[in-house]
Ligand binder design. Structure first.
Ligand code: NAD
Length: 420
């Protein structure tokens, strides 16, 4: 199995290691472990696509509903040339944990198509997206399984997918998919939800540690949707963002960067500028090892690994990317007393607001951005408090505490349903 944004074969082992640790801590029995080790339902299919040239091409598609004990399953659809069943299954398992930890009435799912979407024209991409829905329309639904965007899929693709599903069912059904454009039933606040969720956790951590924002130095790796928004919001809240990076460059100013200005200069260019006034150009390797209070990996997987774990100087690592810390590094950071807020908690703001979108669609009642943000803060703060308390009780890492809470809820629901 593979839980990365890019291809990496270590993740299956890592997931199994996490499960093994939780199983040991909770003394799970054989049936409970067996239930968690396998997805509940798997759909694999081939999507025919007529290319603009008139030729036909065929692509592998997947949808995995890992566990639905807590409710209809929820999880994104990714388009990537390395998507396979193993990767989709692992990601679906992690979605089950993430939804459970956030106390959402959802199980976990994931889907994908094995395709490099950048090789397609816009019309081909639309036909392929609609094709995915034609193959899955009897497998998904607002009370069954609710997809969303993931790697290389976006609002436009979700709009085509909802339209296709609605045509097949003969009625507009916005609650079948989240991450839609506002005009098609999307939620206000979804774009910044993941980053804002992470900021609420920083706020709680700061309270617990007695930190004053102005004295806290933050390093952010990755300057896309999540990285740029978390840097922007924390900067607005008074935190010092001392370093940022993207896949091309990294910049450091120990006195703090002017994030608003940088975002302004980045608009429409996609990448960070060649130079930032007052900032030193450094490497991404150096960035991760900088002296700071909070290190925020918000790019791709496995950035903190056994090569650099001993050199990380941050007091807290806030995992906004999925799986940025490998298993060995995770253990090293724990032994060194560095607090790691795990991805399934740190970046759960996105799925929490997806839940709000589904609830708004289901009730046909649309909320203000203020209401979305208030409810997001309540949900993610509660999840953080629960994890913090569990960590104190169990004397373990925040990651293990998160996994214990998530698995406990799923096991209770499975028992209530009579499946265990
Ligand atoms: P994005 O594509 O908008 O941005 C990714 C950023 O990372 C870009 O700035 C890119 O240049 C940079 N990057 C890529 N490789 C890098 C490297 N080796 N070093 C430094 N920078 C690098 O993606 P995003 O939506 O911001 O997502 C970032 C991470 O957060 C991913 O791991 C994603 O799975 C996770 N995540 C995102 C959401 C969401 O709502 N967008 C929700 C949950 C988790």
């Amino acid at each position: 199995m593979n839980i990365c944004d890019t291809t990496c074969t270590r993740c299956c082992t890592k997931c199994n290691q996490h499960l093994a640790k939780v199983a040991a801590k909770l003394s799970l029995n054989t049936a409970e472990i067996a239930l968690l080790q396998k997805p509940k339902r798997v759909l694999t299919f081939t999507i025919p696509l007529r290319k603009d040239s008139g030729e036909m091409a065929f692509y592998n598609g997947y949808r995995v509903q890992y566990n639905d004990a807590l409710g209809p399953t929820k999880g994104g659809i990714r388009f990537h040339q390395h998507v396979d069943l193993e990767e989709v299954s692992t990601l679906a398992f992690l979605m089950a944990l993430k939804c459970s930890l956030a106390d959402l009435p959802f199980g976990g799912a994931k889907g994908g198509i094995e395709i490099d979407p950048y090789t397609l024209s816009k019309n081909e991409l639309e036909r392929l997206s609609r094709g995915y829905i034609r193959e899955t329309s009897n497998f998904i639904g607002p009370a069954i399984d609710i997809p969303a965007p993931d790697v290389n899929t976006n609002e436009q693709i979700m709009a085509w997918m909802v339209d296709e599903y609605s045509k097949i069912k003969g009625q507009f059904t916005p609650a079948v998919i989240t991450g839609k454009p506002l005009e098609m039933g999307g939620s206000k606040g979804r774009v910044v939800a993941t980053a804002l969720g992470g900021c609420f956790i920083v706020k709680e951590l700061s309270k617990l540690k007695g930190w004053e924002a102005e004295k806290i130095k933050v390093v952010v790796q990755g300057f896309g949707n999540v990285g740029s928004n978390i840097a922007k919001i924390l900067h607005e809240w008074g935190y010092q963002i001392v370093a940022i990076s993207d896949e091309k460059s990294a910049f450091y100013n120990p006195n703090g960067l002017d994030i608003k200005n940088i975002i302004h200069s980045q608009v429409n260019k996609g990448f960070l500028p060649d130079e930032i006034e007052g900032a030193e150009k450094i490497s991404n390797t150096e960035l991760l090892e900088l002296n700071c209070d909070i290190l925020i990996p918000a790019a791709v997987c496995c950035q903190i690994n056994q090569k650099n774990a001993e050199k990380i100087k941050a007091k807290v690592v806030l995992e906004m990317a999925n799986d940025p810390t490998d298993a060995i590094a995770d253990e090293i950071l724990f032994q060194r007393g560095i607090e790691v807020v795990p991805d399934i908690l740190a970046n759960s703001g996105g799925v929490i607001v997806s839940y709000f979108e589904w609830a708004q669609n289901s009730g046909n009642d649309y909320w203000t951005e203020e209401k979305v943000f208030k409810k997001l803060e309540e949900k993610i703060t509660k999840a953080f408090e629960n994890v913090w308390e569990k960590r104190q009780q169990e004397n373990c890492s925040l990651r293990l505490a998160s996994h214990i809470l998530a698995v406990e809820r799923i096991i209770v629901a499975e028992k209530l349903r009579g499946n265990l």
